[in-house]
Ligand binder design. Structure first.
Ligand SMILES: [Zn+2]
Length: 240
């Protein structure tokens, strides 16, 4: 993979006592050229480790062993792995995350080239630092700093994570319908049992779905999982 070095002066050498445990996904809210110059200026006091262009180009602004300034502010975090520092404050996430910016706006569709380059970078970074490739460890900026929508609504985290882990893309078959739970059913963030349960639905409850995949995790030989309007998933074996 070709990575163009574009130096940013906005970083701290090293990571104190920390190592990266997660990758934070950002959107540039602008072009890669504008980001190069913004991160290149000491006036901005911001940076990230990488930038991915709409055409798939990859720029590196800060070395991974150093602390980039991309997610230092914390507000109402929903990220489960954020490190508390007591008194309702947090250890600066910049010390234990790698930041990847993506060219475009919060409302622009991500290009195939963006997905390809971003997922390859995630895969390499995860290997280097032993970071699991799942939704707990690949997080959106707004999950740390709720006052920003970054990276917006267009990035499909499941797709990015599936591509980065080398798993086949989910074969989504749309079609609205309703099923009834046989017993307790776990609602998850992805069609596999390695991701956290976001909700547990009791038996004999009607669940609406927006479609299904036939290549989720195989459970008891059944790899059909339904997905919902909210982007959640449940295994078809638990419903009828
Ligand atoms: Zn951001």
């Amino acid at each position: 993979m070709q990575i163009t070095q574009v130096h940013s002066p906005n970083f701290a050498a090293g990571r104190k006592t920390y190592t990266p445990i997660a990758i934070v996904i950002h959107i540039m809210e602008g072009s890669m050229a504008a980001t190069d110059s913004w991160f290149g200026s000491t006036v901005s006091q911001v940076s990230s480790h990488y930038g991915i262009g709409i055409n798939g180009d990859i720029h590196q602004y800060v070395q991974e062993a150093d602390t980039a300034w991309h997610a230092g502010r914390v507000n109402a975090p929903t990220w489960a792995l954020i490190k508390p520092a007591g008194n309702g404050s947090y250890i600066n996430p910049n010390y234990y995350t790698v930041g990847i910016e993506h060219e475009g706006d919060e409302t622009t569709e991500w290009s195939d080239a963006t997905y390809t380059s971003s997922s390859s970078m995630i895969s390499e970074i995860a290997k280097r630092w032993n970071i699991p490739i799942d939704r707990q460890h690949i997080v959106g900026h707004h999950e740390i700093y709720s006052l920003k929508a970054c990276p917006g609504t267009k990035v499909d985290f499941e797709k990015l994570i599936a591509m980065a882990s080398g798993n086949p893309a989910l074969n989504k078959i749309p079609g609205f319908g309703k099923v009834t739970t046989n017993g307790k059913v776990n609602i998850r963030q992805a069609p596999n049992t390695t991701v956290p349960v976001v909700n547990v639905v009791p038996g004999n409850i009607q669940l609406a779905f927006d479609g299904y995949v036939d290549n989720g995790e195989s459970v008891s030989g059944n790899s059909k999982w339904y997905y919902t309007d909210e982007g959640n998933w449940f295994w078809s074996g638990g419903v009828s």
